[in-house]
Design a protein around this ligand. Structure first.
Ligand code: NAD
Length: 665
């Protein structure tokens, strides 16, 4: 059977042969054995729902074995034999183009070159799943292949509940991931309900099919590193020869060395997993690979002496690097961390002092002992950072829950007021005030033709739009506009594509609309194939996350999630092709609600209309909320938008004089 026939078949009519896992696969860690005997039976019963009765006896044994060996039932036997990658849109069997575009995006998220643990359907972040198992994948692709322009597929945490009649203007797919009754949102709840097969952790762009490889994050990371250097260096001084020390070369963290190179500094990135480090090195995302501490020290000293711009991957534990650099008195200008501390107990963070293999053994065999090791390591980690900070290092939390987990571990990380952390997060200091509050966020697009020439054309279109816009832009956003023009000019040269022909570009509401509108016109003119637009959830409006995206909201509302919910509902009736809303992602299960959208630009008038209404709301919803929280930059942006758009009427805050509050209580 060819690719199309296999998609149309869905769950095969004949039981496929059992196959071994590929020997070189980067496997997800074994998950916690958390289910009781009855619950294990329930997990098997749940899994067998996807298959005809006559297979049950055989599959029950197999799934029980998977549950025992991996802590989850992935149904590996049903992984299709065809190569999964972002095939051009015309290669999918589909009755409607929007559905074919969604298939392309799903396949990209599961591509071996893109996904972190493709066998387990995990795209990034250690647990960011597209589906819980291969049966869900097969069924979803089949539904998409039969869907018309007047149906909507509703997906519950990877499970395709079914196609429901809707309308041309409705989203084709509505995705929820990990949505729980709030009291059941603790990390162990994820372990349990995921093992039962009734929920999953969709991260941000994994379960919403909008992941575009580490490029998606390179741009944001570049902006962050560049602006962090601007914060600490005298005006005009170059970051060349100055050190940025961090950890993680995984899904998103793998973007750090590249961002460091673009920002023009020395990046040292520790990574305990040799496979992850080697993958990034082979992909050309990091310049040098070192597995020995003495060689690292030598190479770094040399780079400093020569004022180099270079990125170095160190295979080892980040805590060892912080400590050794203190002993060697190597000055670190910028420090951060991108280990997966949103899942500290299941392999997101590897403790110092024990081997990678030993950690993996403890995770499954002695989770309590592992937890203690992680917490002790975090205390040591923070102590070493504090030493560097006292010498002048600027450390910022990279939204991976480092400060949160370090504080929970009792590390010396709290400010004097015992409420705040000693260090700011990158959103509090940099991305929030400089980008999100003005509406700048990680807009992205994918060329569904799969043709690199289309990507070149879209880069050029986006650059032309921005260059026209900058001439009219107020001084408050000139720097952001300039950074983005440089980014898009160099994007091709920086060889950012892994997987689909995609591009990320930070842009504000006006920029996103104008760029997308120009794309739609180019599609209509036959200059390029259809384009999918979307964004990371990590954005102005999509995400309520008190320690990350909304950490610079200071009116007390950062622990609410109204903005993300309004965003997904608002986008869905304004014309998104698909929408998603997730619990978890980035900082952890129960710690964030985040949403996103995808939209197909097929060159039609209808697409132009949908675009206008949806992009406007998608960005300005968040600016309105940020301005209500009294954020100066957002107040500026929303007032400007109201001048431009008379039908927009946003409630503005009245600012209170501090003196009025002084002796009240
Ligand atoms: N860049 C951003 O803007 C940004 C945005 C969102 C999230 N984050 C957060 O960053 C974290 C990382 O994301 P990811 O997708 O790269 O996850 P990932 O799990 O793919 O990568 C993390 C890597 O850290 C390594 N690691 C763990 N402990 C280590 C240690 N002690 N020393 C050295 N290496 C260690 C792991 O082996 C893994 O490869 C997540 O918590 C994510 O939410 C970053």
């Amino acid at each position: 059977m060819d690719f199309k026939e296999q998609i149309l078949e869905g769950i095969p009519t004949e039981l496929p042969a059992l196959k071994p896992y590929p020997s070189n696969a980067n496997r997800a860690p074994k998950r916690k054995d958390i289910l009781s005997l009855e619950e294990k039976q329930l997990a098997i019963r749940n899994a067998l729902r996807y298959f005809p009765k006559q297979w049950h006896e055989e599959l029950a044994k197999e799934f029980a074995q998977e549950l025992k060996t991996y802590g989850r039932i992935y149904m590996h036997r049903f992984k299709p034999a065809y190569k999964i990658y972002a095939r051009p849109i015309d290669e999918y069997p589909a009755k409607c183009k929007q559905a074919a575009a969604i298939m392309l995006m799903i396949n990209n998220n599961l591509d071996n070159a893109v996904a972190q643990h493709p066998e387990e359907l995990i795209t990034y972040g250690g647990n960011g799943a597209v589906f819980q198992n291969w049966a869900q994948y097969l069924l979803t692709m089949q539904y998409l292949s039969m869907m018309t322009d007047e149906q909507t597929l509703h997906m519950y945490s990877g499970h395709p509940m079914g196609l429901f009649p809707s309308s041309k203007n409705a989203p084709r797919v509505v995705v929820t991931n990990g949505m729980m009754i709030p009291n059941y949102s603790k990390p162990n709840d994820w372990e349990k309900f995921n093992a039962l097969g009734v929920t999953q952790y969709g991260q941000m762009t994994a379960g919403s099919f909008m992941y575009i490889g580490p490029q998606g994050i390179v741009h944001g990371t570049t902006i962050t590193v560049m602006n962090a250097f601007r914060k600490i260096l005298p005006e005009g001084e170059s970051p060349a020869g100055k050190i940025f020390l961090t950890a993680g070369l995984g899904g998103m963290s793998g973007a750090q060395p590249k961002a460091g190179n673009i920002a023009g500094c020395i990046t040292i990135c520790a990574e305990v997993n040799p496979k992850a480090a080697t993958k990034r090195y082979e992909q050309g995302w990091v310049d040098v690979l070192i597995d020995n501490m003495d060689s690292l020290v030598l190479r770094v000293k040399q780079a400093k002496e020569k004022n180099e711009v270079v990125s170095i991957a160190f295979i080892g534990n980040i805590v060892d690097v912080w400590e050794r650099f203190d002993v060697e008195d190597i000055f670190i200008h910028l420090g951060s961390d991108q280990t997966s501390l949103h899942i500290p107990w299941t392999g997101g963070y590897y403790p110092v002092g024990i081997s990678y293999e030993e950690s993996n053994r403890l995770i499954s065999e002695d989770p309590e002992a592992f937890k203690e090791k992680v917490q002790a390591s975090l205390r040591r980690h923070a102590a070493a950072i504090n030493k560097h900070n006292s010498k002048g290092t600027y450390f910022f939390d990279y939204g991976n829950a480092f400060l949160l987990e370090a504080s929970r571990a009792g590390a010396d990380i709290m400010a004097e007021n015992k409420i705040d952390f000693k260090y700011a997060s990158y959103v509090q200091d940099i991305l929030g005030p400089m980008c999100f509050d003005y509406g700048f966020g990680p807009f992205r697009w994918v060329c569904t033709s799969g043709n690199p020439a289309d990507l070149d054309k879209t880069d050029q279109i986006a650059m032309d739009v921005l260059e026209k816009m900058i001439a009219q832009s107020p001084k408050e956003i000139q720097l952001q506009m300039q950074d983005n023009i440089i980014w898009i000019k160099d994007a091709k040269k920086n060889k950012l594509v892994v997987g689909s022909q995609a591009r990320i570009l930070y842009a504000d509401a006006e920029g996103r609309f104008k760029i997308a509108d120009a794309f739609n016109k180019a599609v209509a003119a036959g200059e390029i194939g259809a384009i999918v637009i979307g964004r990371d959830h990590h954005d102005v409006s999509g995400t309520d996350s008190p320690y990350r995206e909304t950490s610079n909201i200071y009116d007390g509302s950062k622990f609410t999630a109204d903005m993300a919910i309004h965003n997904v509902i608002g986008d869905s009736f304004r014309g998104a092709t698909w929408v998603s809303i997730h619990n978890g992602g980035g900082v952890g299960w129960g710690e964030v609600i985040n949403g996103g959208f995808g939209m197909l630009l097929d060159g039609t008038e209808a697409a132009a209309e949908r675009l206008k209404s949806m992009i406007f709301y998608d960005v300005n919803n968040g600016i309105a909320r940020r301005s209500w929280a009294r954020n100066e930059e957002a107040l500026f942006a929303i007032k400007r938008e109201m001048e431009r758009t008379p039908s927009l009427k946003v409630t503005l805050p009245n600012l209170v004089d501090d003196n009025i509050l002084k002796n009240l209580f």
